[in-house]
Write a protein that binds this ligand. Structure first.
Ligand code: AR6
Length: 165
């Protein structure tokens, strides 16, 4: 089932939360900064061993002090106008996160809106891609949560989800 909620993703007690990271995997601002702050310094220590992550790919770590058991770190594309494979790469971020989740026995997973913050991906287009991949994986998970940080984002996701059903 796909659930749309407005929440801080660091508070969710799920099998895995997804981090919208950068290629270094060594922390940053936005949701990445929030996840590292809430997980504690052992997360950074662990991420140093992961050797970074290419755009569109995903890596996994424990959740350390987070209520979530794992963190799946993925790197979405930086929006550069739309002609630089951004849609394909954003789709790949969701697909590779889901595949890594399945390999690790994850049954409940929460996503922020990857690339829709600092990386500048247009919010509606980003949400459409998120929901389209979520629908493809819906049957393989108990819970798929689209975790929105604002009421506006949650409304946008709800409208798109309803329109697509
Ligand atoms: N819980 C849920 N969603 C959040 C939270 C939170 N605690 N904080 C922010 N968001 P962004 P990106 C939303 O910028 O665009 C970092 O510096 C936010 O409102 O975090 O993929 C990384 O290190 C937005 O909708 O990620 C990279 O350098 C969404 O999460 C870069 O930013 C994603 O915004 C990645 O940029």
């Amino acid at each position: 089932m796909i659930e749309i909620i407005k929440a801080d993703i660091t508070t969710l007690a799920v099998d895995a939360i997804v981090n919208a990271a950068n290629r270094s995997l060594l922390g940053g601002g936005g949701v990445d900064g929030a996840i590292h702050r809430a997980a504690g310094p052992l997360l950074l220590q662990f991420c140093k061993t992961l050797d970074g992550c290419r755009t569109g790919e995903a890596k996994i770590s424990p959740g350390f002090k987070l209520p979530a058991r794992r963190v799946i770190h993925t790197v979405g594309p930086v929006w550069r106008g739309g002609d630089h494979y951004e849609a394909k790469l954003l789709r790949a971020s969701y697909i590779n996160s889901f595949e890594l989740a399945l390999e690790n026995g994850v049954r409940s997973i929460a996503f922020p809106s990857i690339s829709a913050g600092v990386y500048g991906y247009p919010k509606q287009a980003a949400a459409r891609i998120a929901l389209s991949v979520m629908r493809d994986y819906e049957d393989r998970f108990e819970r798929i949560i689209a975790c929105c940080f604002s009421a506006e984002a949650a409304d946008l996701y709800r409208q798109l989800l309803d329109a697509g059903r």
